[in-house]
Design a protein around this ligand. Structure first.
Ligand SMILES: N[C@@H](CCC(=O)N[C@@H](CS)C(=O)NCC(=O)O)C(=O)O
Length: 287
């Protein structure tokens, strides 16, 4: 049962197909998991059925942090409930979680998630203004000098990948008993009568999208290439910028056909492959 009264930390992720440990693929929850593991703080995971996200979030008293195009509330995950220090903190956005962990556990684990010596100057080259509000619309951080570049980087990366999310949609797998209902929900939100109409399955269409994503990530790859084999933006030491990109790479690793994922891993001398493998090895444990 979802609960905010268990001592310690509970992290709410989306339940894809069992085993969840292998199939968990949502990028924003993955940002939170990587951040928790980076800090080395103990927590447990509550696997939330996709169709129960709204009721779970409401029962925890965590307001929605996204809106649908018609202005209605869009309830999402991750959520983190931290009752470690006798005080209950409820975080409902991946960026809020990163800030909370850095402020509450500054020296834990691998250290600072959001240091000030990172090059975050990536701009998604496709005009993203048509893409609606950012996935993480957290005005309070946008106004703070030390967080501004991080929020901007998060927006740019979210947009670069969201623009190509059709590549990943076809590979999302759910438990059989709920699969149809989940697909129907996605179709209804997009205003189509069939989930299939949202998918790109033909080779030509997929290659076009892959090519566009590769071009979109060119400048980002150059930033990762500055420290030889990296694998991280600053070289050997990871920070939250690596995790922001890593959340999306994890989604691709689970949802793309094997040959396409191998191709993505090899782009630009293998920068994204090395980043993904290193994050998974160091901070990818699913508990
Ligand atoms: N600003 C939020 C965005 C969270 C978000 O969009 N989560 C997606 C998964 S990556 C979700 O929960 N989707 C559920 C749905 O579409 O019903 C954050 O950064 O945590």
């Amino acid at each position: 049962m979802a609960s905010d009264s268990v001592p310690g930390m509970t992290f709410y992720d989306i339940a894809f197909r069992k085993p969840y440990r292998l199939n968990s693929a949502a990028p924003n929850p993955w940002k939170a998991r990587y951040a928790l593991n980076f800090k080395g703080v103990p927590y447990n995971t509550y696997w939330t059925p996709m169709l129960d996200i709204t009721s779970t979030r409401k029962s925890l008293g965590v307001p929605a942090c996204r809106t649908f195009p018609d202005g209605s509330e869009y309830y999402t995950l991750p959520v983190l409930i931290d009752s470690t220090n006798g005080k209950v903190s409820k975080l409902g956005d991946s960026f809020d979680i990163a800030v909370h962990l850095d402020q509450t556990y500054p020296n834990s684990g691998a250290g600072q998630l959001l240091p000030d010596d990172v090059d975050l100057d990536y701009t998604c080259p496709i005009d993203i203004s048509f893409n609606g509000p950012p996935l993480s619309d957290r005005p309070e951080w946008r106004e703070q000098e030390n967080y501004k570049p991080w929020v901007r980087f998060n927006d740019q990366i979210d947009n670069a990948f969201t623009l190509h999310v059709q590549l990943m949609g076809a590979g999302m797998k759910w438990d059989e008993e709920v699969e149809k209902d989940i697909m129907a929900q996605f179709a209804q939100r997009a205003g189509v009568d069939d989930f299939e109409k949202l998918q790109v399955r033909d080779k030509g269409g997929r290659n076009k999208l892959l090519g566009s994503l590769k071009d979109t990530l060119k400048d980002l790859a150059a930033m990762f290439g500055k420290h030889g084999d990296g694998p991280y933006l600053r070289g050997a030491k990871a920070c939250y910028a690596d995790i922001i990109v890593g959340g999306w790479l994890r989604m691709m690793s689970v949802t793309l056909p094997e040959d396409e994922w191998a191709e993505v891993k090899g782009w630009y001398g293998g920068v994204f492959g090395r980043l993904h493998d290193s994050l998974q090895r160091e901070f990818g444990k699913v508990v």
